[in-house]
Design a protein around this ligand. Structure first.
Ligand code: ZN
Length: 140
């Protein structure tokens, strides 16, 4: 584990705190050549009300995941995620793992394990380098 991985994950944790979602707050950073080229947290699309859950506490289907937001932000810029590293506070779901692969991201570093590990297996099978750094390791 290198000190930059730790520092970027800590920043991703700060980004997670910006999320308006109550059930789960997730942060993402995309780093290339030791520069942060994009960031994101889970939330509703621009122009929507900043509320992720319905009255029953269920997450709205239109909430974008943190990594999807970070990747989409790049789509609107001149930067590319090709060969970049993605830092996440929570491992990606299946839907986002497709975006990660297609965006050309080659390395993923995350803190917590999402309940469904299909996304991680998918990325591993497509030669994405994956590393998990636990929350207590981060605090060391
Ligand atoms: Zn997702």
């Amino acid at each position: 584990m290198n000190k930059f991985d730790k520092a970027y994950l800590k920043m991703a944790q700060e980004w997670a705190k910006l999320s308006y979602c109550e059930r789960k707050q997730v942060g993402a950073l995309i780093v290339k050549d030791r520069m942060i080229i994009s960031d994101g947290y889970n939330g509703t699309p621009s122009g929507f009300e900043n509320c992720c859950e319905d009255a029953d506490g269920k997450t709205h289907w239109y909430v974008l995941h943190a990594e999807a937001n970070a990747i989409l932000k790049l789509a609107a810029s001149t930067q590319s995620a090709k060969g970049a590293t993605l830092y996440l506070t929570l491992s990606p779901c299946k839907e986002c793992s497709k975006l990660i692969l297609q965006a050309g991201i080659t390395r993923l570093v995350y803190i917590n394990e999402y309940s469904d590990d299909d996304g991680i297996s998918f990325l591993r099978n497509h030669n994405i380098e994956i590393e998990q750094i636990s929350d207590c390791e981060l605090k060391k």
